[in-house]
Design a protein around this ligand. Sequence first.
Ligand code: ACO
Length: 430
Amino acid sequence: MTDRTAELTIGDQQLELPIIEPTIGNDGLGISSLRNITGDVTFDPGFANTAGTRSSITYINGAEGILRHRGYSIEDLALNAEFLEVAYLLLFGELPNQQQLAEWNSGIAGHALVKEEMKRFFDAFPNNAHPMAIMASATNAISTFYEEYHDPSDEEAVIESAIRLIAKMPTIAAWSYKKSMGMPYNYPRSELDYVENFLHMMFHLPTEETKVDPVIARALNVLFILHADHEQNCSTAMVRGVGSSRANLFTSVAAGISALWGPLHGGANQQVIEMLKTIVEDPEEDAQSMIARAKDPDDPFKLMGFGHRVYKNHDPRAIVLRTYADDVLATVGVSDPLLEVAKELEQAALQDDYFIERKLFPNVDFYSGIIFRALGFPSRMFTVLFSIGRVPGWIAQWKEMTEDPETRIMRPRQIYVGKVERDFVRLADR
Ligand code: ACO
């Protein structure tokens, strides 16, 4: 809090609102006392202009396309770091030294197994269950094995839970996939690192010797880093919201997975591929017809992978992915007509007045699916991959929230526009 204030006049009432200063970025107008003094509330659908917290984890400048975690640029992290290093950075605020990283990695590796009873849980789902539904349910379900770690104010228990969650996420994800394919589950192996283990559990078959391709492992590492955190996005806001009621970390993260599944959020990566496939496979559709549909006010269709609440110039993650898509496809020797169509669609949209006026650019989901596809993942797994990447961010944000003395249970107000008061009408008289 600083001494700077802003003045608000409502009728003949004058209010001095404190200005909350950032280290960088937007000032905040403190309106907490507004309702008590004036009886009014603020109205901000989707909280598009509302800061619900102070945070020192991730900084985004949407006008300039900047994304930094704890001060480090996303480009720098994606190029130089390992995913678990970034997870440590998000959680603890600093990059780990060699010893810290070794301990962190081995702590996580030691918790990669899920309880054997969980197999029955996976088995209970129908074979065609969407892996995101299984992920969200399984994340909640594993909380039942660790009830003694549920207290958000027990620092040690929180770190233990964080390690367990990060460690078990690839196992849960791979088992969700194996379940959906009717294939046997693979166990994690201690000689493999985090990403290699996930690839092993995803693709190993008992019928043949399989080896994890280091190129694919590195590419997935980069993709996980690019998804690791994104300040107060929809799923993170849900994780914080659930956690604000002092619900445990597992359950809060399960809520984040559910929110991420939606096609306007992380689910967009699967939808982008469906859209590009339609263009390739349907002779009636092309980039222009998709753009025309997206612009039609009577059609709910949106150009998937385009637009962002915060980025109004470019999404730096999409820029990294665009070039990376070419590299990965060339390295793994895949030529995908969808990449050409994606580039064509991007160019057509970027030259279209509708998209220019609304500052709509490709977001992280536009190119990620093409890379996931080239790495051998089916499209129903794309949002699952996003969620593995996002888990450290959700945990860091949840931890920051529980440690923040300003935290209150999330409970927005409303503007009531329903009936004022009515007498009950008995069933026989209706
Ligand atoms: N295609 C067509 N029109 C769009 C698109 C799009 N992809 N995105 C936004 N618009 C239009 C809106 O219709 C609106 O037009 P209007 O002013 O004429 O009413 C205008 O652009 C502003 O868009 P809003 O929906 O108000 O923006 P908001 O910040 O609420 O939504 C969102 C952002 C949800 C990402 C939106 O752009 C969208 O639906 N994009 C497609 C889905 C997608 O790619 N989601 C992934 C986002 S990244 C992530 O979550 C990881």
